[in-house]
Design a protein around this ligand. Structure first.
Ligand code: BDP
Length: 680
């Protein structure tokens, strides 16, 4: 073969392979060769990373001069920064690093010329990995744990190290600064020497990226691994055990973040096992880590009795402890009062505490929103929660303001997201699930950002070349619309109008509104939540029912309490509504329910068309992967619609409106889809 032909072949192969993308690089695909000269008066591992990033990704003028400036500017807070054309100003090294990533992002997006300042909304922006020490991931849908394999292998290979560096880099690029390395359903073993050694090594790799390491701890660890007779938080030996353990950890990891605790929840041990309270338990651990600057994130996800409406229990349990926790304790509260459903009202706990700081816990992993099979951009869900008004201190007391220190002036502020990361090559199973990791970080940094802007940024960085504008109409616009609609589509075909928790038991993927089982807790069944009967549908939580509305401040309380004023998206959450009840659009409940389910299915069909139309505008590998996932999603949306309508029809005894596509499955066949395997 001639030399030129060979050269041409090599070139073609290169372009071909350059085009194929497997998603491993996330939103950090930029490789630019433009030179930049960086002036810095200081050196550190964090600054080295910033320099390295600038060298790899600089898109400004060739040979530009850029300065890192440590500034006393009072408008820069914490690890915040200010960008000017040729300067990155910050108070801390991490501020410079975050400023660097922002500058590169702005260059990539083509908006680099304006000056720009930004400070973080929360001081701790943390991922929670529900990773078990045997390598499995609870509610993980993207392979195995990236941190743990098993007891026999606690080594860190070169490949692990590189993966952790990429992980650190991705988190730093969106401002995430903490990571809990193990499941909240914690094995006490994490606190034993061999595991702590690995924690130390991981912390060492992540440190220059600004990531602090935290651990989930098991309340009975003093008994299980400490050989004590009790784990009673008021017992002197137990207190000493935790204090010693904290000391041991801080010797290995001097900047260790602290503990995350799930206690007296879903069978986990806790202070109540010893007749003590959550305050006793949390304060004991807080005392142990306080000398080293550590914090305790105490989860409020508790529900004990099955007699009391489950959605009321966390609030009732914690409200009267307000102000009794030590200064370094923060309550970690899930966005809704139940459990990460496609839509829930915000948890009343956000507007309840006057002294104890509260941090939102969002679920990035899509346990209840289609897992890694379905496309759900969760930014809109989180934005809805953050912008919800609690009225704690009058109008404008949003969940964001109640948690970011605006209203309470509390110095300890934090936010957590349950990670969707696993060992899959593309990290998150579904390419679009990467956008949820990205969005969590962006909102944790700035809780005022709009989902639309986050989606826009993510799409451009994930799929386009730097500064590319030619695909705006044909690609960015339709894909963004699809993302912004995706969560609502899921609400429509899974649980519209305030329905909740009608999932198949255990795997939480498919529908099982019929699920009832007298052998387990009532609040683990579906019938407990939808309460369908011949009269109507929904859980009465108004003053004539469980009265969970009383946990909200006025005027919201009365608004939710009254069927006529309750926002329709929460209707069946707060009310048992007659099938014949007329909604605002004039349709009765049954008819509207049918339309909502059908709309959801149609929305996913439209997503398929949207995606098919962008063929050729995105690399083949990611195109095909997403196309295939959308097919599965369409299939399963249909299953949801058919299952729910055919089942609820056995109560409403009404026809499905004739302008709606008929169900294509039989109810009895759908009832057999009990395993997650049924959906493979
Ligand atoms: C539920 C999950 C369960 C978790 C629990 C929690 O189904 O796996 O352990 O939340 O948050 O959503 O503790």
């Amino acid at each position: 073969m001639k030399k030129t032909t060979l050269l041409l072949l090599a070139l073609l192969t290169c372009t071909y392979f350059a085009k194929a993308e497997d998603g491993h690089e996330l939103w950090l695909r930029n490789k630019s060769a433009t030179n930049v000269n960086i002036q810095t008066a200081k050196k550190s591992p964090v600054l080295d990373i910033a320099i390295n990033e600038l060298k790899k990704g600089w898109l400004g003028k060739n040979d530009a001069k850029l300065k890192f400036e440590f500034s006393t500017d009072a408008s820069i807070k914490g690890d915040g920064f200010r960008l000017e054309r040729s300067t990155i100003k910050a108070k801390t090294d991490l501020g410079i690093l975050y400023g660097t990533f922002e500058m590169l992002r702005r260059q990539y997006l083509g908006k680099a010329d304006e000056n720009f300042s930004s400070n973080p909304s929360y001081s701790r922006r943390i991922l929670n990995h529900w990773d078990n020490l045997d390598g499995s991931v609870e509610r993980g849908y993207a392979g195995k744990s990236i941190f743990w394999r098993n007891d026999q292998d606690l080594t860190i290979s070169q490949a692990d190290r590189e993966l952790y560096q990429l992980y650190g880099r991705a988190n730093a690029s969106v401002g995430i600064n903490g990571t809990v390395l193990n499941n909240v359903n914690a094995s006490a073993k994490i606190l034993t020497a061999p595991y702590l050694k690995k924690v130390q090594a991981i912390a060492g790799i992540l440190r220059p990226y600004g990531l602090k390491v935290y651990l989930s701890v098991n309340f009975s660890a003093p008994v299980t691994i400490g050989k004590l007779k009790t784990a009673d938080p008021l017992d002197a030996q137990v207190r000493k055990w935790w204090a010693d353990k904290a000391k041991e950890i801080y010797q290995l990891v001097p900047d260790f973040g602290g503990f995350l605790v799930k206690a007296n929840s879903e069978g986990q041990p806790g202070p109540q096992d010893f007749g003590r309270t959550h305050v006793d338990g949390a304060n004991m651990m807080a005392d142990a880590v306080a000398p080293f600057g550590g914090i305790v994130m105490w989860r409020a996800f508790v529900y004990q009795t099955s007699e009391q409406d489950r959605t009321k229990q966390a609030y009732n349990e914690f409200l009267h402890y307000d102000g009794q926790f030590k200064k370094n304790v923060i309550l970690q509260v899930k966005n809704g009062p139940l459990d990460f459903q496609p839509r829930e009202p915000f948890s009343a706990l956000f507007g309840a505490m006057n002294q104890t700081p509260v941090m939102p816990e969002f679920q990035i992993t899509q346990e209840y929103l289609g897992q890694s099979k379905q496309l759900a951009f969760l930014s809109t869900l989180w934005e809805e929660c953050l912008n919800s008004d609690t009225y704690q201190k009058g109008k404008g007391s949003t969940v964001a303001a109640c948690t970011d220190g605006t209203l309470s002036k509390n110095p300890l502020t934090a936010i957590a997201g349950v990670a969707n990361i696993g060992s899959d090559r593309n990290w998150t199973g579904h390419i679009f699930a990467q956008s949820n990791w990205y969005a969590f970080g962006r909102l944790a940094w700035n809780n005022q950002l709009k989902s639309e802007d986050i989606a826009d940024e993510w799409i451009r960085q994930t799929f386009l070349d730097a500064g590319e504008k030619a695909k705006d109409q044909a690609f960015v616009k339709p894909v963004k619309e699809m993302m912004l609609e995706s969560r609502e589509a899921i609400v429509n075909y899974m649980m519209p109008l305030g329905l909740h928790h009608i999932f198949a038991e255990g795997h939480h993927y498919g529908p099982a509104p019929w699920f009832a089982n007298t052998k387990i807790r009532a609040d683990w069944t579906s019938v407990y939540y939808h309460k369908a009967d011949t009269i109507g549908l929904g859980f009465n939580r108004s003053h004539t029912g469980s009265n969970s509305v009383e946990q909200y401040h006025e005027p919201l309380r009365s608004k939710l309490d009254n069927l006529a004023t309750c926002p329709e998206e929460y209707l069946l959450w707060f009310h048992h509504v007659p099938w014949t009840y007329k909604l605002k659009n004039g349709k009765d409940l049954w008819t509207e329910l049918c339309y909502r389910y059908d709309t959801g299915v149609q929305q996913v069909r439209t997503f398929q068309k949207t995606w098919d139309k962008v063929h050729g505008l995105v690399d083949e590998e990611r195109f095909t992967a997403v196309q295939s996932k959308l097919r599965t999603q369409s299939r399963d949306a249909q299953i949801w619609k058919d299952a729910c309508l055919l089942y609820f029809q056995t109560f409403s005894k009404r026809d499905i409106p004739y302008d709606i596509e008929r169900p294509v499955h039989d109810l009895e066949a759908l009832k057999k889809l009990t395993k997650s395997k049924s959906y493979e």
